[in-house]
Design a binder for this molecule. Structure first.
Ligand code: PRX
Length: 650
């Protein structure tokens, strides 16, 4: 399957100077499995503890004795680790570079000293507004420095932050605010993305009119575009007005290693998004250690992860990992193709970025623009590239490697999930030979396994479902407010293991290739969307009787959203109604839920017990009607023939 041509060996300069070379990898990996307590005790010394942990790993995936606890008697504060402890040696070093949406707006450089002061001021303001340890705070901000400052300020006082991506609409905000019981929201007047304004405050106002959001006492509003917005006193307060008067020092809260740090909602197969809960000590050890190791961090690196802080990648690899490591992390407000498709590469030159971490969807979109916009820039500062969020197709990988990286820079294809806290499977640039499209090898302490549908382990070469058989420090501890759902979702499918929801192939070298989700989650441009969420948004429209949603392969987005809609009796299908339904879903969930195709379905293929056969709908959406498989269990086989005939061709 892999010809030798498809292997990109570790470049000699990386092998010579990398933090981890091939021999180190094998030695450390073996040690991490043989003696997890020793390995993770030593690794925890990278952080500054208020009380050093003596108990390291206390975990079991056995349902009768289930527990995930790391460093459980340790105490620390995440913001102290990301800020205070760098002041003596790196006070003047740039912590954050802010590159605004418009290249004409001035970039900002924020030193560790300044960041520390700004975080302390906000932390004091939050305390003055009655927010304390354990309280939940919603952050709904654009990609501006205040997003990182808000997260760190919460961490400083022990409040639990819950970031909502700016592409979510009022309903999605309200659901998350209600589920988390947030006391305060930090937002901005507006966001800016690709020259377009995002009405953040308007969305918050609409969300807070919805039921279940009464817990919110205060809304802090950052003046960003200076647009006029409604301020509802005394609930709404200008961020600068409450922060400016605060002192620049703030006593950090002592947190137990297992105290919650943040909640982040993510989509699964069923029901509403889950509040994935991460805790303090293990998360920070894991995020910082993987950041340093996978990106082979150097003191003078300028590191840029293009994710949004609304996703876990932004949490672990824009804010917590890099800042805990005293790195310089670039915060980019804009989009890859604004004002033109050369923007990423121009920003790399402008700030002399050494390490660039982005998603395959962005690479594919830019690849379509040809080499010219890339070649117009130098990119000489780059030494390492990264990919995350979805499988990267070999063609995009090679373009990234050969054109963007001029064939000089290794690519780390990092596989992980919101629930994981940090990277689980990835090459290490000084240790691992690369294969386009392959996530390669497990990180230290990670024990992947592949199981068949019956849960039997597949050894050696083979394909099946990916599980992880033992805990790691960055792992999520629960679903907020619903621990049974946590157990049911991740630990009951293949008992004794964490089930990832991903399919995976292990090749003859033992390298792991992630093949994509095996459940009803669609991965659109690296973002998880649950089919159930889109279906429930559709059936909330009064003309819709039933809906089924599936993913289909999409050239740029990886997967697109294909929906089948059955109208209630008497309603007539029309192009206007199609547009109305697509708009309706966008308004309910947010612009992130953009439907690509909507097909009218007089009926849906169901089993005799009434279960929708999505497998068949997926094949129709993929335009593979010859691969429908076994249809003998269908209640009414004629339904399928009509759907195939009427497949929506754009
Ligand atoms: O299907 C996998 C895919 O993204 C899912 C996790 O999505 P999320 O929780 O939003 O986190 C994304 C960023 C960490 C996974 O179940 N995925 C993520 N990275 C890769 C990937 N698939 C293949 N290769 C990757 N490198």
């Amino acid at each position: 399957m892999n010809t030798p041509r498809d292997i990109y060996p570790v470049p000699a300069d990386f092998a010579a100077t990398a933090r981890v070379n091939r021999e180190d990898y094998h030695r450390l990996y073996e040690e991490s499995l043989r003696d997890p307590d020793g390995f993770w005790a030593r690794t925890a010394e990278r952080l500054e503890w208020m009380k050093k942990p003596t108990k390291i790993k206390n975990t079991s995936f056995d349902l009768a004795d289930f527990r995930i606890r790391w460093y459980e008697d340790g105490e620390l504060n995440v913001s102290v680790n990301c800020l205070d402890r760098h002041l003596a040696t790196r006070g003047d070093k740039t912590a954050l570079i802010f590159e605004p949406d418009s290249p004409d707006a001035p970039a900002q450089r924020i030193s560790y000293r300044e960041l520390h002061q700004r975080v302390c001021k906000l932390a004091n303001a939050l305390r003055a507004l009655g927010v304390g340890k354990g309280d939940r705070v919603t952050i709904y901000l654009p990609m501006i420095p205040e997003a990182a400052i808000a997260m760190l300020a919460c961490a400083r006082i022990g409040a639990v932050h819950m970031v909502v991506f700016g592409g979510f609409a009022a309903n999605s905000i309200a659901d998350r605010v209600a589920d988390s019981g947030s006391k305060l929201i930090i937002t901005a007047d507006e966001g800016l993305r690709g020259g377009r304004k995002v009405a953040l405050k308007v969305n918050v106002d609409a969300a807070l009119k919805l039921p279940g959001t009464n817990s919110v006492e205060t809304v802090l509003v950052v003046r960003h575009t200076h647009a006029a917005v409604d301020m509802q006193m005394p609930r709404d307060r200008w961020y600068d007005a409450v922060v400016d008067e605060q002192p620049v020092e703030c006593e950090p809260e002592r947190m137990n290693a297992e105290d919650p740090l943040f909640i982040l909602y993510t989509s699964g197969s069923t029901g509403k998004p889950k509040g994935v809960l991460h805790t303090t000590g293990g998360y920070l050890v894991y995020a910082s250690y993987t950041h340093e190791t996978v990106f082979d961090l150097r003191e003078d690196d300028v590191y840029w992860c293009t994710a949004d802080v609304g996703w876990v990648t932004g949490h672990s690899y824009i804010v917590y990992g890099p800042l805990a490591n005293g790195a310089t992390s670039l915060v980019f407000e804009g989009v890859p193709n604004y004002p033109d498709p050369s923007r990423f590469w121009q920003v790399i030159d402008k700030h002399q970025v050494t390490t660039f971490y982005t998603a395959p969807t962005a690479i594919r979109a830019l690849m379509r623009e040809g080499e010219e916009p890339v070649k117009a820039t130098s990119r000489k500062s780059l030494r390492l590239l990264g990919s995350v969020g979805e499988p990267i197709n070999p063609e995009a990988w090679r373009w990234y490697h050969d054109i963007v990286g001029d064939g000089r820079c290794p690519i780390v294809d990092t596989w992980w999930q919101t629930e994981n806290g940090g990277i689980l499977i990835s090459p290490l640039p000084g240790a691992t030979d690369l294969k386009p499209g392959c996530a390669t090898t497990p990180f230290f302490g990670i024990k992947p396994a592949i199981v068949d549908a019956n849960g039997n382990f597949i050894d050696g070469e083979g394909e099946g479902n990916l599980v992880i058989t033992d805990s790691w420090p960055g792992q999520s501890r629960s679903v907020y407010g619903d621990h049974p759902r946590f157990i049911d979702t991740y630990f009951r499918t293949y008992p004794g293991t964490y089930f990832t929801g991903d399919g995976c192939r292990r090749d003859a070298d033992g390298d792991y290739w992630i093949t994509g989700r095996v459940d009803d989650v669609i991965n659109v441009s690296g973002h998880r969307i649950g089919t159930a969420e889109v279906e429930s948004a559709l059936v909330s429209h009064d003309k819709v009787a039933e809906a089924a949603v599936v993913g289909f392969p999409h050239d740029i987005k990886g997967q697109g959203i294909y929906v089948y809609v059955t109208l209630i009796a008497g309603e007539v299908a029309s192009d206007e109604l199609r547009i109305e339904l697509i708009r309706h879903v966008r308004a309910e969930i947010g612009p992130i839920a953009a439907i690509d195709f909507l097909q009218w379905a007089p009926g849906l293929p169901k089993t005799r017990s009434g279960k929708i056969m999505r497998r068949i709908l997926r094949k129709i959406a993929e335009n593979a009607p010859d691969q429908l498989g076994d249809t003998s269990t269908l209640a009414d086989p004629s339904v399928v023939a009509s759907l195939v005939r009427e497949r929506h061709i754009p």
